[in-house]
Design a protein around this ligand. Sequence first.
Ligand code: 5RP
Length: 225
Amino acid sequence: MREIDGMRRAVAERAAALVQPGMKVGLGTGRTAALVVRAIAARTKEIVGVATSEATAALARELGVPLASLDEVRRLDLCIDGADEFDPALDLIKGLGGALLREKLVAEAAERFVVIVDEQKRVARLGEKAPLPVEVVPFGVTHTREKLAALGLAPTLRTDGTQPVRTDGGNVILDCRWTTSIDARTLAAQVKATTGVVEHGFFLGMADTVLVGTPSGVEELRRPR
Ligand code: 5RP
């Protein structure tokens, strides 16, 4: 556990070093992204951050990092965020922290999307370890779940033990697993086309760089342009 903390800290420091004063920066969500926000705050507060969740916004405010909304900023120089899985093509699954919708909006607005992970997130194929989080509107969730099941998925409503977990947008999440082999792009299109679905956690062809924390240091993977 301590080793993972060290790996997360190392990638967070490496990512924060990419941030220059004057930049507009997307601030991700999760344990690793929180370390980046802290590392950025320690380096410079002369940035404008766009938070991908209420939790990240609260942390940034506490640390004195100036924030703006995505609509105020429009384009970002950089977005730094964690992920739940990455494959050899640097395709990702995100959203176990429930912030996938804002995370995708912010990452799409950035010139460069840098992903920070520990090596336990490395998979040969997406879905190997993590479920695919799918954010859906609460209205008719049982119907939406049946439609996703008809695509070959096994969706489970995410709860905190008793109640459905609500996202910052007031929606709920269906965590989807599958047992047959899938093509992520085909499945992503099918899920997105399902009425009731707001967004899914496939981030395909989006990451420019993945910084991987390993016991021997930070490995930098770049997507060919
Ligand atoms: C939140 C996310 C996170 O980036 C992802 O869950 C990784 O978090 P952590 O660094 O805590 O493992 O997608 O929606």
